[in-house]
Design a binder for this molecule. Structure first.
Ligand SMILES: O=c1ccn([C@H]2C[C@H](O)[C@@H](COP(=O)(O)OP(=O)(O)OP(=O)(O)O)O2)c(=O)[nH]1
Length: 150
């Protein structure tokens, strides 16, 4: 059975014209985030920009929220997130923002209300870090970064 977590969303002042993040279908993993830009913003090829979303979140500490790109924007326009996935900590009460990056060849224009990214909530395991002198042996050992070939 799935656990149900209660996440509170505050629409920040001046953003009543936007809707709170919504899923486009009942089982969609992501809640779409809208651009809360005041004026149309143009993202030139190779440029990055911090886009406000007009919302702040309050979620249980067992959760994090990830800001992820929308595949349609990535495929059609080369628009993605520079820090994908962005991490929203459960104790963060500031505005959720999105670092968009234009990998495409054309300028990309962002208008107020456009769905630019999505939020996916994840459960976080409890982790305690301890310092160790030695680590257990494994078959892989320190092999990585493609050591098994293509
Ligand atoms: O795409 C993102 C990434 C982060 N944040 C907000 C929420 C997050 O809780 C906070 C800090 O993010 P992160 O830990 O990634 O940034 P940092 O560079 O380590 O900053 P800090 O020192 O403030 O933790 O910034 C966003 O709104 N969007």
């Amino acid at each position: 059975m799935h656990l149900l977590y209660n996440v509170r969303i505050q629409q920040l002042p001046g953003n009543d014209d936007l809707s709170i993040p919504e899923r486009m279908s009942e089982s969609a993993a992501g809640f779409d985030l809208q651009a809360a830009v005041m004026d149309e913003t143009v993202l030139e090829p190779g440029e990055r920009v911090l886009i406000p979303t007009g919302i702040a979140l309050e979620m249980p500490e067992e959760l994090e929220a990830q800001v992820r790109p929308r595949s349609g924007l990535a495929l059609k326009h080369g628009i993605t997130l520079l820090n994908s996935p962005g991490t929203i900590d459960s104790d963060y009460r500031g505005e959720v923002k999105v670092i968009l990056h234009n990998h495409g060849q054309e300028p990309f224009s962002i208008r107020r209300g456009e769905r630019i990214a999505q939020l996916v909530f994840q459960e976080l395991p409890k982790v305690r870090i301890t310092q160790a002198r030695e680590l257990s042996a494994t078959e892989r050992g320190s092999g990585g970064f493609g050591h098994t070939g293509k």
